[in-house]
Design a protein around this ligand. Sequence first.
Ligand code: NAP
Length: 266
Amino acid sequence: MKKVFIYRNDLKKSRVIADELREKLALKGIAVSEELTGDVDLIINVGGDGTFLSLMQNFEFPTVRVAGINTGHLGFFQEIAPEETDRLIDAYLNDELCSQKYNIVKAEITRKNGEVVAYRALNEFVLKGKGTRPIHLDIGINDSFIEKFSGDGIIVSTPAGSTAYNYSLGGSIVDPRLNLLQVAPMAPMNTTAYRSLTSSFLIPAEDQVIIKPADSKNRDLTMLYDGRELRLRDISSISFRLSNRKINLVRFGDTPFWDKVKNKFL
Ligand code: NAP
């Protein structure tokens, strides 16, 4: 049986669209669940990309398909326009929906006392120092030390997040069919005193990025995951790798990824 869960932000426009959607689904005999239960086979998210990110974080990255109706600004995940709601319902009823899988990134944070905590993100993790001071970090890939980074911070993004903060920092846009992580520097210092890579680099899905404070003065960090802020103390190391879990974004199937990039950015 077809069953839909509707998630939305608190904007009046989103409330109106979600109410209309509920009525239209009921008229077509489609059940609407008040909660994200195991038998839901489609989530409809009404809002902007920020709402999409909060849905993912709040429900721990559900693997069930998600269709995004855009009431925000850019709408990179939220690809469906409000006036395309009927087309979405018909395609769902006729089993004609396509979906694009997106990787998520997992961070494991190890404190000096050995405690380990994990977080996941769809767009990216950002690591910065306390306040406005530069941060000094040892960056490695698997067991190999690569560089001592000095600058504002480091951002580790997925292909999904490559068009977000990563892009503003000069990182590359990545087709979501590629399974990789991108590590981009934020204002890297590159002088005779400090030597840091000045461009982003890409690592394959099977590898992990290991970041350690360069010394005891750099153990307190600020971490952002999909825009949510976390203060970290007494850090020993943080590892980043692609998670095995992938999310499923509903698409109508007629717009290639690079056309979407062209439409949203150029
Ligand atoms: P926000 O400040 O309300 O929105 C940031 C902007 O990023 C919005 O226009 C949003 O689209 C867009 N966006 C989000 N994910 C995207 C993606 N994967 N590709 C292209 N654009 C995307 O904050 P928010 O909505 O909670 O989003 C958090 C995200 O903001 C973070 O994950 C980070 O990537 C981004 N961010 C960017 C900068 C920067 O570019 N300098 C700085 C801090 C954070 P909508 O308009 O559809 O919501």
